[in-house]
Design a protein around this ligand. Structure first.
Ligand SMILES: C[S@@+](CC[C@H](N)C(=O)[O-])C[C@H]1O[C@@H](n2cnc3c(N)ncnc32)[C@H](O)[C@@H]1O
Length: 189
């Protein structure tokens, strides 16, 4: 299943991926404006737009994606932007190559599609510094009982059970009119 998803994402990066706007969202700029720079990791970083935004704001950034084509494009974009970051291929449910601790973990559109969310959360809590933030955006499943991508209400409970506290949640709709939300979580110290 993961292999198929990876293939699907890889293929999407050979064309114009619909989410790849090249513009960082205002929610990320708001976070940057209200928190001191530190170490950040972009989980499922795609072509690196948000890595560049964070690095330009003084953050030391790491990014990874399981789609090698995305990482390839991100490396090229970073070079063109004159930005340095640690970039590699990895799987968010394993994070085998991720070293160190981060004050910010960013996830725009990756977590909601993960099948084994508990494995992701175990890794997330390993790599987040105490008091570190997880800024996450995802869409919700229309029917929580259906398999496939999307957040279910039980996922939100599972996140709290992994030692994270919800600081804020802003609900809205994505481009396809699916209910979606921005979440800011903090790892308990
Ligand atoms: C909707 S895209 C968003 C990309 C980027 N965050 C952005 O905002 O442009 C989701 C990204 O997560 C990546 N992804 C999905 N599942 C993953 C996994 N298990 N491990 C690592 N990356 C994953 C995909 O390859 C894709 O690049």
């Amino acid at each position: 299943m993961n292999l198929l998803r990876r293939l699907k994402f890889n293929l999407s990066y050979f064309g114009k991926a619909p989410w790849d706007s090249g513009i960082s969202p205002p929610e990320l700029y708001d976070f940057i404006a209200s928190h001191p720079a530190g170490c950040a990791i972009d989980i499922g970083c795609g072509t690196g737009t948000n890595i560049i935004t964070l690095a330009n704001a003084g953050w030391q950034v790491t990014g990874f994606d399981f789609a090698s084509r995305a990482v390839q494009i991100a490396k090229r974009k970073l070079k063109q932007a004159g930005v340095h970051a640690d970039l590699f291929n990895d799987d968010a449910t394993q994070m085998k190559k991720v070293q160190g601790q981060f004050e910010l973990a960013l996830d725009l559109g990756c977590f909601h599609g993960i099948q084994n969310k508990a494995d992701y959360l175990t890794q997330l809590t390993r790599i987040l510094a105490p008091g570190g933030f997880w800024l996450m955006y995802g869409f919700f499943k229309t029917d929580p009982l259906l398999s496939g991508p999307g957040l279910a209400p039980s996922d939100i409970d599972m996140i709290s059970a992994h030692g994270l506290t919800l600081l804020s949640r802003t609900d809205g709709f994505d481009k396809r009119e699916r209910p979606s939300a921005w979440f800011l979580w903090q790892k308990n110290s």
